[in-house]
Design a protein around this ligand. Structure first.
Ligand SMILES: CC(C)(COP(=O)(O)OP(=O)(O)OC[C@H]1O[C@@H](n2cnc3c(N)ncnc32)[C@H](O)[C@@H]1OP(=O)(O)O)[C@@H](O)C(=O)NCCC(=O)NCCS
Length: 327
């Protein structure tokens, strides 16, 4: 089988309709619009309605990406869903997506727990599983974080929002040039959930206290690592492809905090107009953040056919991943 260029042949995204402003957060915690804007750059975020679940958001984004690619769900050969906020623990969200989307009985699996780096890692997995461009793989990054977070914890809750970003990986004119990824599991206690799973199983008492929603986050440490890892991964992927930052048309960093993005921008020595930011609208949407931003960047005309785009992401684990893709 001849090998063809493997890239992103369809892009999509979906966010819930309900907008929540920073001011609304003052009903729940001691905070202010000014604090959230200044410390994070976030102005509003989307909140899923009670009748929406993770798979619903994923399917909505997937439909947009399929239409963009000129494909139907039955054309898909595989589905990968990157999420830390799954439909249920078992089976994985990908099973629900396969069914709701009306895909064939194809392989479908989640990449769970890799936090906000999950979708870039999933794209890299998909490119290797596209078998020389003979298969079409749906990759969705999706989070419904606001249902699984502690609305009384001002340190974490104000940062997040719900959404989904989807890409179809397959053969076409687009090409994923290279990707890098890494993990530092020594930092696993700095960002993550304390309970659930086998180490600290859920108990009725713990659930009543909301322990399953308590995100542990050492904000300043996460900030420091995120800045370092996202810029280092970006530099590594540029070197691996034998290009420089000047060759890149747009950098799409994980949308966690405008100050993290700004620090990465400075380290990479890239001008502001070459960095895409939409976190003022959506907050941190976890693994949805990069594919959602990529889709929006193309809608806004900031990414066009032939653009060289650098994706860089960081999340719980710690995990990080960067990718260079010619659109
Ligand atoms: C969380 C974060 C915004 C905090 O910003 P910061 O400048 O580091 O703020 P600090 O941690 O120094 O906290 C400053 C003060 O603001 C307070 N504060 C925290 N959240 C607040 C809120 N929503 N509103 C008002 N005050 C708040 C803190 O309690 C602290 O008060 P204290 O000095 O009386 O203890 C920042 O550290 C960050 O973005 N970290 C990375 C988080 C992240 O991206 N996580 C996901 C990674 S994928």
């Amino acid at each position: 089988m001849a090998s063809r260029k493997i890239g992103l042949i369809g892009l999509g995204g979906h966010v819930p309709a309900r907008v929540m402003t920073n001011d609304e957060w003052t009903q729940y915690v001691d905070t202010s619009d000014e604090w959230i804007r200044e410390r994070t750059g976030i102005e509003r975020r989307r909140i899923a309605s009670d009748d929406e679940s993770t798979a619903d958001l994923a399917v909505a984004a997937a439909r947009v990406a399929l239409e963009d690619a000129g494909l139907a769900a039955i054309d898909l050969d595989e589905i990968i869903v990157a999420t830390d906020t799954p439909e249920v623990y078992t089976p994985d969200t990908a099973a629900f997506v396969q069914h709701k989307l009306g895909a064939r009985e194809i392989p479908a699996f989640d990449l769970g727990g890799s936090g906000c780096a999950g979708s870039v890692l999933a794209l890299d997995i998909a490119r290797h599983r596209a078998v020389g461009g003979h298969r079409k793989i749906l990759v969705v990054g999706v989070e419904l974080i606001t249902r699984l977070m502690n609305w009384r914890d001002r340190n974490t809750a104000v940062l997040f929002g719900d959404g989904a970003g989807a890409s179809i990986v397959g053969a076409g004119t687009s090409e994923i040039l290279t990707a890098v990824a890494g993990t530092d599991g020594a930092q696993s206690g700095i960002l993550g959930l304390e309970s659930g799973g086998t180490r600290v199983p859920f108990t009725p008492e713990g659930a009543a206290e909301g322990l399953h929603k308590n995100l542990v986050m050492e904000g300043r440490e996460v900030f420091r690592h995120a800045t370092h890892r996202m810029s280092a991964a970006a530099a590594e992927v540029l070197a691996a492809a034998g290009v420089t930052i000047d060759d890149v048309d747009l950098v799409i960093p994980h949308q966690a905090n405008i100050r993290i993005i700004e620090a990465v921008r400075k380290r990479l020595e890239v001008p502001e107009h070459k960095v895409f930011v939409n976190l003022q609208e959506y907050g941190n949407t976890g693994s949805a953040s990069v594919p959602l931003a990529l889709w929006e960047a193309r809608k806004e005309g900031r990414v066009q056919s032939g653009s060289l785009v650098l994706l860089t992401a960081f999340g719980a684990g710690f995990h990080w991943a960067a990718m260079l893709v010619r659109i």
